[in-house]
Ligand binder design. Structure first.
Ligand code: ZN
Ligand code: ZN
Ligand code: ZN
Length: 340
């Protein structure tokens, strides 16, 4: 039976096209013979030994005796050379022609997190420590960039694979600090506030409680974190990770919480890699805006969106999605893939 399901937060509808849906059938990659690829490419800007080809680093996890912008690092953060934003001007939007032309200076900062000195290791094959370092660097950069008054939102995201927008092989994430709150986040905040006003509870906490009760859409969980396929998944194998405890802000995670999160995140990336043969995907963190305080009713989470289908006319026309896989089947498939 084809079905329409509604995102309880943003109220967007999704069509779950079960007529076209098949149970996922993919050939599992043999988890023990995974190829990490070539460790070093002398022509790569991000490889060790080529530090001089990037702007000076703004942060690095490196061996104590090593020097900035020299080898000896395990993770390195540099400004994005090709950034569309900078801090040279003030956003201050001006409004002319009765609001038909609103514009402001593109104030902001863009950074690249070079996640490892290994040139081509897939993030799904990172060790526990490497995964932890990536998640920790997200928090650490957030804390630094949020000190800038002009910044309203900090987006942390990762493109995996050419089809998902990754232009360089070398493993990296991106951080974009911008002077506005993006619409997708604003819509989640509005929906969460509405729910809070009506029920005095956080809609994300309610969703997670329900997932734990129903069990059908859980991909992986620990004491404090859960990975699940949302009931209203827009895309096959869309996977969310969130804390089971209420928290609006990723950046307040402690080191020990980050360690536990790394266990969950690594499990999710590994299951997606093995189960779907390293598909292209994007993931990002949705956390509360820097200055606005929806802390009582917003709840940070990570969304991983595989790129298995192409957005087409219907999505562009409506903002709605047609999902050709049933979220419960996707969750079951991923749940059953053993964690390395
Ligand atoms: Zn490289
Ligand atoms: Zn909550
Ligand atoms: Zn979200």
């Amino acid at each position: 039976m084809p079905e329409m399901r509604r995102d309880p937060i943003t109220k967007s509808w999704v069509i779950i096209a079960t007529e076209r849906a098949r149970r996922p059938e993919t050939q599992l990659i043999d988890g023990d013979s995974l190829n990490e690829g070539t460790p070093h490419d002398p022509g790569c800007f991000f490889c060790s030994g080529n530090e001089y080809t990037t702007p000076p680093e703004v942060m690095a996890y490196r061996k104590e005796e090593s020097l900035p912008d020299k080898p000896g690092w395990s993770l390195r953060v540099v400004p994005n050379k090709y950034a569309a934003l900078n801090m040279d001007g003030n956003f201050k939007p001006s409004n002319s022609n009765k609001g038909l032309k609103v514009s402001g200076y593109a104030t902001g900062m863009a950074e690249v997190i070079i996640e490892t000195d290994h040139h081509s290791k897939n993030i799904a094959l990172f060790t526990d420590e490497e995964t932890y370092a990536v998640l920790k660097s997200y928090r650490d950069r957030y804390l630094v960039l949020s000190q800038e008054n002009a910044i309203e939102y900090i987006t942390i995201f990762r493109n995996n694979g050419k089809e998902a927008g990754a232009t360089l092989i070398h493993p990296h994430s991106q951080v974009l600090a911008i002077p506005i709150i993006p619409t997708n986040v604003q819509n989640e905040i509005i929906g969460a506030k509405e729910h809070y006003d009506q029920t005095l509870s956080c809609i994300y906490c309610d969703i997670i409680e329900n997932e734990i009760k129903e069990k059908k859409r859980i991909v992986y969980e620990t004491d404090n974190f859960i990975a699940f396929a949302p009931y209203w998944s827009r895309i096959p194998f869309e996977t969310w990770v969130a804390p089971k405890f209420h928290s609006a802000r990723y950046e307040v995670l402690s080191n020990s919480q980050l360690e536990e999160l790394a266990q969950v995140w690594k499990a999710v990336l590994h299951k997606i890699y093995v189960g779907l043969d390293n598909p292209p995907y994007n993931y990002y963190i949705h956390t509360a805006p820097v200055h606005e305080s929806p802390d009582k009713y917003y709840h940070w989470h990570m969304e991983l969106i595989p790129k298995l289908t192409m957005a087409a006319g219907f999505e562009l026309a409506t903002g709605m999605f047609i999902n050709i896989a049933i979220p419960e089947d996707c969750a079951e498939f991923l749940r059953e893939i053993p964690v390395r």
